[in-house]
Design a protein around this ligand. Structure first.
Ligand code: SF4
Ligand code: SF4
Length: 103
């Protein structure tokens, strides 16, 4: 919660990287951006950023094509779900040979 100068309380939140600690070690999938589809990259402007706004870990940098900090990304896939351009795909951290080895 924040307050305005006039004293009114503002209900809202903003992403803060690292509040849940580093999550990269147990992530099983990672987001991969297709820059050809991303609205911000295509326009080269600060637009959209739904992925940034909804990432619960604050792991996405707020700039066109902004990289994901994989030390903090937990692989939840929310960014891929909210992207209006279907520009983010979740990919497994394990290749097929690793999956076969683990059953
Ligand atoms: S997969 Fe989840 S934690 Fe990782 S960047 Fe996307 S929304 Fe953030
Ligand atoms: S939500 Fe999708 S289109 Fe929008 S900035 Fe993120 S990746 Fe690009």
């Amino acid at each position: 919660m924040r307050t305005r100068d006039c004293g009114h309380i503002i209900s809202g939140s903003s992403p803060a990287k690292g509040e849940a600690g580093k999550t990269g070690e147990w992530r099983t999938q990672r987001p991969v951006l297709n820059k050809d589809k991303c609205l911000a990259v295509k326009a080269n402007k600060d637009i959209c950023f739904q992925c940034w706004a909804f990432c619960p870990e604050g792991a996405i940098e707020r700039k066109p094509g902004g990289p994901v900090d994989l030390e903090y990304c937990k692989g939840c896939g929310i960014c891929a779900q909210v992207c209006p351009a279907d520009a983010i795909q979740m990919e497994s951290e394990y290749d097929s040979s690793e999956q076969n080895k683990n059953g």
